[in-house]
Ligand binder design. Structure first.
Ligand SMILES: Cc1ncc(C[n+]2csc(CCOP(=O)(O)OP(=O)(O)O)c2C)c(N)n1
Ligand SMILES: [Mg+2]
Length: 352
């Protein structure tokens, strides 16, 4: 029943894959227009540069607490967003900066939250894992592994209950896919045919545990089979495949056919969080993925090969993106710390 878009991409064979892919426009490759290629390039570059800056600022002690970078996975959130419409909600884990930037949340407010300042999205009291934007339909930023799956299913329930045509986009990791509440959510989502797309960002590791070490069943797109939920495995390093599969899944959910699972085969270049020495994988594995499968480089190569823009035009985009990031970092270091009186606001106080 489950339909596969792309087989798992082993890093070692990917040079061959790439050669095959760049050679021809035949096959089943989804095509992007010039506007789509340039949009994807700019958006993924913004996420990459923003996070590189956040990593630097963390190293300088300007950002404290937890900070999980999304570098390497940019094509997933960018492609899914390209297939969505205004009003569709999104919700994810603690690896959330890219998900906020792509829906148009102000980079200055995100960076100021990372530095814990009063102009941050959560007034400097939430930090990296706890940001939200009702205006942009973004429901966090969740530190509890798997929590977003049940919360996101609730968003989909609300959509159905209210009779809107919005779809909930629920992102979670390969590790979270083993969490119990995921299956309670799948059951209800299919029982009531809720408008939800479950996007599993399979970056092959849950902290230091590889998928193979931690999962009895590693084909995550099949995890909904016993509930009758369709699933697809997708090349999550190629934004075109991501958008194509997401469009199919979102249309399925929006038209009343219920939930859909997309397993995005992706990879994170950095450690699990800023404090991870990443001893569970070889340096070669990371450098090979970076060199051969990088989502931004793939788009850049296509843009140049198809003459959609020249080197100078791409440099101009890079310059604009850098300016946005520099402005955000500057804002985030100049903004004041929250006032002490804020200790008692935005918290639930119960009378004991
Ligand atoms: C309920 C719960 N259990 C354990 C943790 C600790 N923890 C934080 S992240 C993580 C791994 C999750 O991996 P995955 O779902 O693959 O997401 P990724 O970090 O790769 O994006 C764990 C076990 C937690 N935050 N919440
Ligand atoms: Mg993972």
């Amino acid at each position: 029943m489950a339909k596969k878009a792309v087989k798992k991409i082993p890093a070692k064979n990917s040079a061959k894959n790439r050669a095959r892919k760049t050679q021809s426009a035949n096959s089943n490759e989804p095509r992007f227009s010039k506007e789509e290629e340039l949009y994807a390039y700019r958006e993924m570059l913004l996420i990459r540069r923003f996070e590189e800056k956040a990593g630097q600022m963390y190293g300088m002690g300007l950002i404290g607490g937890f900070c999980h970078l999304y570098i390497g996975q940019e094509a997933v959130v960018t492609g899914v967003h390209m297939a969505s419409k205004e009003g569709d909600q999104s919700i994810t884990s603690y690896r959330d900066h890219g998900h906020m930037l792509v829906v148009g949340i102000d980079p200055k407010a995100v960076m100021a939250e990372l530095t814990g300042r009063r102009d941050g999205l959560s007034k400097g009291k939430g930090g990296s894992m706890h940001m939200f934007s009702k205006e942009k339909y973004f429901y966090g930023g969740n530190g509890i592994v798997g929590a977003q799956v049940s919360l996101g299913t609730g968003l989909a329930f609300a959509n159905k209950y209210r009779g809107t045509d919005d779809v909930a986009l629920v992102y979670f990791g390969d590790g979270a896919a083993n969490q119990g509440q995921v299956y309670e959510s799948f059951n209800m989502a299919k029982l009531w045919d809720l408008p939800v797309v479950y996007i599993i960002e399979n970056n092959r590791y849950a902290m230091g545990t590889s998928l193979e070490r931690g999962s009895a069943q590693t084909e995550l797109y099949r995890r909904g089979e016993s509930f009758g939920i369709k699933g697809e495995q997708v090349d999550g390093m190629d934004v075109r495949f991501v958008k194509d599969a997401a469009a199919r899944a979102i249309e399925h959910a929006r038209s009343g056919k219920g939930p859909y699972i997309l397993e995005m085969m992706t990879y994170r270049y950095r450690g699990h969080s800023m404090s991870d020495p990443a001893k569970y994988r070889s340096r070669e594995e990371v450098t090979t993925m970076r060199a051969e499968r990088d989502p931004i480089e793939q788009v850049k190569r296509r843009i140049l090969a198809n003459k959609l823009a020249n080197e100078d035009e791409l440099k101009q985009i890079e310059k604009e993106v850098r300016a946005i990031v520099v402005e955000a970092a500057d804002f985030a270091t100049k903004s004041e710390l929250p006032d002490a009186s804020e200790l008692y606001t935005d918290v639930v106080l119960s009378e004991l």
